[in-house]
Design a protein around this ligand. Structure first.
Ligand SMILES: [Zn+2]
Ligand SMILES: [Zn+2]
Length: 429
């Protein structure tokens, strides 16, 4: 008899002895996943059992004599010492674990095209399994891996959906200890651009500073500083269409409340948590948002993206290129030639502005003005079109921010100037 077969039988005897004869074929076969060929651990276990019953009497001298062969013949699979019948539930022909999962999925009405199965099992089961692995010095897969794979295979066939390891739409978590099936839906990500056509709307939700969002007299019990936000205009319809639980708005930077966002708009990614429906019609979403937010906010270029876009879009830095249009008012009259020095604005050293210093680290940034055009509108009023690197604070570029921005518009024209209106014309990332 080949030495490999003898080793398999020897190990099988030891395992069966440790289980006092009670071990199911899957739990037995799992110990031989690296040494016995076969289509799954059930087949391996049955093969090993067959091997023992065929050969045990005649090879008694070759296999460990300390092992009582009675254990093998008397060994009944149930209740399994290792899994305590858990794996029978998976293989059951009626009311199996897969049956229960499918019922849960049907009830949930969650739409998905791929999934992944995970499980929680009683730590006692894992301990008993480890006992065997340690005693025989085995390096084989554990029961959780087998459960996940077997249910995954079964579900995939019965639902005609793919198993996806990296970024599944749905995670089916089977908790055997508490007899519970949890369905976790991974977020859906939609990228697009928005235009903000009016001033006075913040990009994202802004809780009332007096009550911190709980609702008070000052905010008329809305909990909000502003009733309308770009975020809410977009997420409201998206949540309705996907039937998600909540949405998170990730913008590629943000403009101030009093600043319009025009041109081709600002990129954003909308993250929808626990969507029930993923395959929504983005053109319809676009139309709905643009109808509800008409004249205020507009979305365009919507598309589905992976979750990596969420962080990519937030890395706003000097890589981004922006174009602003500013209406500038000066304290005194300026002649046309007084504006000529504006052409010299190039490298700007900007210390964190006073107005954001409470929430941003105090440091000096260097940013480039790439191009600047100006148009005199009145004796104390002119318009600027500024092409610059991302991260340059435009209001401070104009005022000088008490010399914290250097050089500035006020400085080069030699007269204090302030930004009266600001529009973002382009955001390129
Ligand atoms: Zn078992
Ligand atoms: Zn309030």
């Amino acid at each position: 008899m080949e030495s490999e077969i003898i080793e398999i039988m020897n190990n099988a005897f030891k395992i069966i002895e440790m289980c006092d004869g009670h071990i199911c074929s899957r739990c037995l076969g799992r110990n031989f996943s690296k040494t016995v060929q076969g289509d799954g651990n059930l087949e391996r276990g049955e093969y090993v059992r067959h091997l023992l019953s065929e050969n045990a009497p005649e090879v008694s001298s070759e296999v460990s004599s300390e092992v009582s062969k009675d254990l093998v013949s008397a060994g009944s699979p149930n209740p399994c010492y290792v899994c305590n019948g858990l794996l029978d539930e998976i293989d059951a022909t009626e009311n199996s674990t897969t049956d229960k999962i499918i019922k849960r999925i049907d009830e949930s009405k969650i739409e998905f095209s791929n999934f992944l199965v995970g499980c929680r099992v009683d730590p006692e089961i894992l301990n008993r399994e480890k006992e065997i692995h340690d005693a025989l010095d085995l390096d084989v897969e554990n029961i959780k891996k087998e459960i996940n794979r077997e249910i995954g295979k079964d579900l995939s066939i019965r639902l005609d959906r793919e198993v996806e390891f990296d970024n599944p739409h749905l995670v089916v978590m089977v908790d055997f200890k508490n007899e519970n099936i949890e369905l976790q839906t991974n977020p859906l990500f939609i990228e697009g651009r928005y235009r903000k056509l009016v001033r006075g709307i913040p990009q994202t939700k802004w809780p009332c500073t007096a009550c911190k969002g709980r609702g008070c007299e000052r905010c008329n019990y809305t909990g909000k500083m502003y009733l309308e936000t770009v975020e809410e205009f977009i997420s409201k319809d998206a949540l309705e269409m996907t039937n998600g639980t909540s949405a998170k708005f990730h913008g590629a930077g943000r403009e101030d409340i009093d600043v319009k966002m025009l041109g081709s708009g600002r990129p954003f990614v909308l993250e929808i948590k626990e969507p029930h429906i993923r395959s929504i019609d983005l053109e319809e979403l676009e139309n709905r948002v643009n109808q509800h937010a008409e004249g205020k906010v507009e979305v365009l270029n919507l598309k589905f993206v992976g979750k990596n876009r969420r962080s990519q879009i937030k890395t706003s830095s000097t890589d981004t290129y922006k174009v602003y249009r500013a209406l500038v008012q000066t304290e005194g009259d300026v002649a046309k030639e007084d504006l000529e020095p504006l052409k010299s604005l190039d490298v700007i050293k900007q210390r964190t502005p006073i107005r954001v210093s409470h929430r941003r680290a105090d440091k000096i940034r260097t940013r480039h003005v790439k191009n600047l055009e100006f148009k005199r509108l009145d004796s104390n009023l002119f318009e600027l079109l500024i092409h610059c690197e991302g991260g340059l604070y435009i209001k401070e570029l104009i005022s000088g921010d008490e010399d914290r921005t250097n050089p500035s518009v006020s400085q080069v024209i030699g007269i204090p100037a302030v930004c009266k209106k600001l529009d973002v014309m382009e955001v390129n990332i």
